[in-house]
Design a protein around this ligand. Structure first.
Ligand code: NAI
Length: 256
């Protein structure tokens, strides 16, 4: 039975990595449509800032580390007890840690898979019983790295390809329960994650612009729009799809 809630009528989105970047942009988009969000992220202070920006009537923050299953389970139990419903999940928690493949440590490689792949799985698995009640949706964040090879990004490309595979399997496994599972594949967005790589000299912004058919970075709000499509009934017959929102980067064969 669904417990009583202070916000029974508002659709609820849970967002891992929701305190920043793409996750936060989707939180804004969901709230704009009248929804409420629960942000599941690392740092309590970043979460508090994000909730303050979105408004405490619209958002709640829960300290979650997606590598720690007990924190993920506790978060969804809290959503069940407090919001009393769950309509969509965006799995956007992620980090980047480039390293030459010959030098990458087991520890770093495994951490990337743990955050991105197993972290996404932990969140999907814990959310599933709640989503079955609403016929809800899951959107996982992949990347152009799910479809391309990238020197110095072995753990990231492996993790993002893993997210695409996980998305397809959950889609066919949970479709008959009315739970749709899709993924978005963003191109480059100037979030904290990318700004750090640029500042460390591990990515060059001029090259990204040259390599992207639209000739520019994405705004986080543009990726949030693609996520919103996959999360909402507008995509009611889309299931198991990886929607690239990459400015044409992965289809560009213009090398001449
Ligand atoms: P961001 O750094 O602004 O946001 C990522 C959020 O994830 C942060 O708030 C961080 O605290 C949280 N996080 C990291 N590890 C966590 C953990 N173990 N548990 C809980 N939360 C954790 O970065 P951005 O760009 O918004 O990234 C979101 C997702 O989008 C990531 O999966 C990233 O790989 C993916 N992505 C980003 C692209 C870009 O150009 N910014 C391109 C393609 C994919």
């Amino acid at each position: 039975m669904i417990p009583p809630s202070d916000h029974p009528a508002r659709p609820v989105a849970a967002i891992t990595g929701g305190a920043s970047g793409i996750g936060l942009a989707f939180a804004r988009r969901w709230i704009q449509e009248g929804g409420r969000v629960v942000l599941l992220d690392f740092s309590p202070s970043t979460l508090a800032d994000a909730v303050a920006k979105l408004g405490p009537d619209n958002a709640r923050g829960l300290a979650v580390d997606v590598t720690q299953n007990d924190t993920v389970l506790a978060a969804y139990a809290s959503i069940d007890a407090t919001e009393g419903r769950l309509d969509t999940v965006l799995n956007a928690a992620g980090i980047a840690r480039p390293a030459p493949s010959a030098d990458v440590s087991d520890e770093d490689f495994t951490l990337m898979l743990d955050i991105h792949v197993t972290g996404t799985m932990r969140s999907c698995r814990a959310a599933y019983p709640l989503l079955k009640r609403t016929g809800g949706t899951i959107v996982n964040v992949a990347s152009v790295a799910a479809l391309t090879g990238m020197p110095g990004r072995a753990s990231y490309t492996t993790a993002k390809a893993g997210i695409a595979g996980l998305t397809r399997t959950l889609a066919v496994e949970w479709g008959r329960e009315g739970v749709r599972v899709n993924a978005v594949g963003p191109g480059y967005v100037r979030t904290a994650l990318i700004d750090t790589l640029i500042a460390e000299g591990k990515l060059r912004d001029t090259l990204i612009r040259e390599r992207t058919a639209l000739g520019r970075f994405a705004e986080a709000a543009e990726i949030a729009e693609a996520v919103h499509f996959l999360a909402s009934p507008a995509s009611s017959y889309v299931n198991g799809h990886l929607l690239m929102a990459d400015g044409g980067l992965t289809v560009d064969g213009n090398w001449y």
